[in-house]
Design a protein. Structure first.
Lengths: 302, 302
């Protein structure tokens, strides 16, 4: 297979585009997809301060690298989840990348700064660790960005992630989640703007990008996520993609283009009717926000 | 396992309800689901003349049987598709059922009445036989009902069928199809009302119903449908249902209850902008309707 652009030998093939790329043109392809996502959805401009949610995995490091390469002001925030050696190793990859690119990496550590860990929170609440983790991330990336004057939080959700989340939301017709599932979630009182510049690029492309750019990343899946429903949806979509390349992109992009707006009004209405958490000041439908309640229970148990 | 109602030994289990049933209470369960579908969606009343689209398979014969059992005026229409021995055998089951229940079975034969067959049409158009078959059925059931004074056409689409079609429509976000996918499609100029009274009952339930009621039916899948995309979606949903019983029903019912209306307006608009086929008078966006064009091409080739 040859590079679609220069006819040199291809090192990566992207089946849904029915195209191969040499190293340089593959990197350009990734840049182009990110540029297009950022442009089409008005994610941010040259003057904006972008906070990248950095896990140390392929997606967040590729995202950070791509944004820096495109000339954006992008700083990273690593959240220490307290998942033993997995977290230590993940942090090592994030810190090494920041040093190499001379970029700023901020850190928040759940144990040191908030008195709990994800495994502890999961045990205390008897709920899935992924639920506690997602809640902690959403809250802390948001509050860090607001407190430190960032214009937008960028996360490394790729095409595969977003398609799997969409499938889960569609299978249960979760109206509220469908209304909030979009490459851009605009700012609203108490919420910083959130964007997903990798939504046009697949998991395999992000792994190839890191390998070709010499970025070391955490290769392992999180040990606490094994067997969760999200991974089941990914498998299911992978089966479909094998039979019919391009299915995942058609599913996700079709939703963004033709269906999301039909659900968005409900979601916007939900955000308008929020009060303020009496512990931390975050928007919440109750008296104390879900993050503060989680932290309280996890601290007591721990 | 015992019958949920009378504690006698169960002969059928319905996993998504986490329930077993004895013979009599399983039949009542099926009747109840049909009664509920008919009632909730105002499908038809006691005075209405219902035309059942009868293929000779389990779903259409179970539907016909259930409607007769519930006291509805239900006549059958069998469409001869010309798929060799498969069609002959299917017709045999439909005719035997009609004789046994002393019910009226009408027939339309594609070859005798319209000069083509499904295999012939597929070859002539070089398109999937399922496409030609669906188009022929939609057109002919509709025109037969209009010409013979029926109030409504009832088809045997079950929960598994509808969920698989929905998955296909959602994976490509086919807005028009999503707007028309509902247990009831109301009448509009040139279109008879169409209903799917079995949408709350699964494939396995319909097979069990026929076995328990002693209804012989065409057990084979249509030989022309093997490997089509619809069957792939069914497999995919079956995998999901195995992991998480009730998924299929949650997917389909959730759509009907919470999402369909968001797509329905587009579909209604499309129906309002139709002209009249110059060959047959059916509603069409062009000069000649898709059915007449198919028939013409298939006749010439045949």
């Amino acid at each position: 297979m040859k590079c679609r652009v220069c006819r040199a030998p291809a090192v990566v093939d992207v089946r849904r585009h029915n195209a191969g790329f040499c190293r340089d043109h593959f990197v350009r392809h990734c840049e182009e997809q990110v540029r297009r996502a950022v442009h089409d959805h008005h994610m941010f401009g040259p003057g904006d301060r972008v906070l990248v949610a950095v896990s140390g995995g392929k997606d967040s490091l590729a995202l950070w690298d791509l944004l820096l390469g495109l000339g954006h002001h992008a700083e990273g925030l690593y959240l220490g989840l307290g998942i033993g050696g997995y977290s230590d190793e993940s942090y090592g990859h994030a810190a090494a990348f920041a040093r190499r690119r001379d970029a700023t990496l901020h850190t928040v550590d759940l144990a040191a700064d908030h008195g709990y860990t994800i495994p502890g929170a999961a045990a205390a609440t008897r709920r899935s660790p992924c639920g506690a983790c997602g809640l902690s991330k959403r809250h802390l990336f948001n509050s860090y960005a607001l407190d430190h004057g960032f214009d937008v939080v960028a996360t490394g959700h790729n095409l595969d992630d977003e398609a799997a989340v969409l499938l889960g939301n569609v299978l249960r017709w979760e109206e509220g989640y469908l209304g909030r599932q979009h490459p851009v979630l605009p700012a609203s009182p108490g919420f910083v703007k959130k964007v997903k510049p990798l939504y046009r690029l697949g998991e395999r492309e992000m792994a190839a990008y890191c390998v070709l750019q010499g970025i070391d990343y955490q290769v392992e899946e999180c040990p606490m996520a094994a067997g969760n429903r999200h991974l089941g949806y990914k498998e299911l979509l992978n089966d479909l993609e094998l039979r019919s390349p391009g299915s995942k992109a058609a599913f996700l992009f079709g939703f963004v283009e033709r269906a999301h707006a039909r659900f968005a009004e409900d979601a916007a209405g939900q955000r308008d009717n929020l009060g303020t958490c009496r512990e931390c000041g975050a928007p919440t439908p109750g008296e104390v926000c879900a993050f503060c309640r989680l932290r309280e229970r996890a601290r007591i148990a721990g």
